[in-house]
Design a protein around this ligand. Sequence first.
Ligand code: ADP
Ligand code: MG
Length: 405
Amino acid sequence: MRFLVQKFGGTSVATPELRNKVADRVLEAVNEGFHPVVVVSAIGRLGDPYATDSLLSLAREIDGQLPGREQDLLLSCGEIISAVLMAATLRRRGLDAFSLTGAQAGIITNGNHTDARILRVEPRSILNAAAEGRIAVVAGFQGTSEDGEITTLGRGGSDTTAAALGVALDAVAIDIYTDVDGVMAADPRIVGDARPLEKVTYNEICQLAQEGAKVIHPRAVEIAMQKNIPLRVRSTFSDSPGTLITSHAEVFPGAIDITADRLVTGITYIRNISQITVPVTGRESAAAVFSALGEAGISVDLINVHPDVVVFTVRETVAEQAVSILESLGLQPSVRPDCAKVAAVGAAMTGVPGVMARIVSTLAAENITILQSSDSYTTIWVLVPGQDMERAIRALYRAFHLGDG
Ligand code: ADP
Ligand code: MG
């Protein structure tokens, strides 16, 4: 059977009209000879009654910090409601559709509540139904642990559900439908005229996603990559072909020379970062900084260690905690709040001279201060004041000609 997994995000299933658009996409797949397996997110965004954040805020009125197990049970309802409504919409349009919870769809996870990992998929119910021509609509973002507890998969979890089902069913492709035309070289909310990339490799998209591009979750990409199942990111609302995510050879046919790749694939960002500077008086005190933060489970980033000072970044939400830990060690940290990490990501950046130079001169021309920087084989990061972030992204997008297609 030629399975096609079709995942629809929260904005795609928010209203009856939109759910009919989704049904159009499912009917198209049927008409093209595929057997669709539909995965849905919860309906809408915060403020919509059954959106993930709305459910959470309901509980927060009673208990600021629900136990993970309880939170998972609550949140799983959002996707279940969405799946039932979507299946009903499809039946209305003449398809023999029915809904499944993650557990019923055979999504087996570990027991790590609120951020569980999928261990395996047992797609029996989907396969049995498919043999009778019935179309499953699966509640995304959720699964069950071995002992029958409902779990959720963390941010972007419905993408992960779709990818895992795609692999388990050996699908022809996994289509991630969303509210933009595809993966762009920068967030279209910031670069208004950004256009979708036609093709990208799994690796490129993994890096973009890890550095903050929220259009697809990196875990989903990693799963699809294991069996080389193509992913497509497309719009529910337009006929744009979207972005094909596939292996290197298919994106760059005949290209063995890595310099033939794109230098920079995209510009991404992570907001709400604090930069912490800690004067130190020797090797022991520098080491103490990182072991104390590590013990507290605070992850640090953009680390620069100098003989007399240590500089690094943390998420704004843990900055206060980090400072009090450091003060308890007798250190005197200073904090610069409201920074943003902007990253230029590209598979072929390795060893190409001049990329950093171009970034520095571009930001200088914009009068944007680089507070810190770092680089790897594939990524150059700069930390900038939060208020300058959007300008930095737009300037870098132009400097690397990412709008040229
Ligand atoms: P869904 O609810 O469909 O899962 P998400 O909000 O998770 O949708 O992802 C889609 C959003 O990702 C878009 O609205 C867009 O603003 C954002 N986004 C961030 N970076 C990019 C990028 N590089 N390309 C496309 N979209 C991006
Ligand atoms: Mg998403």
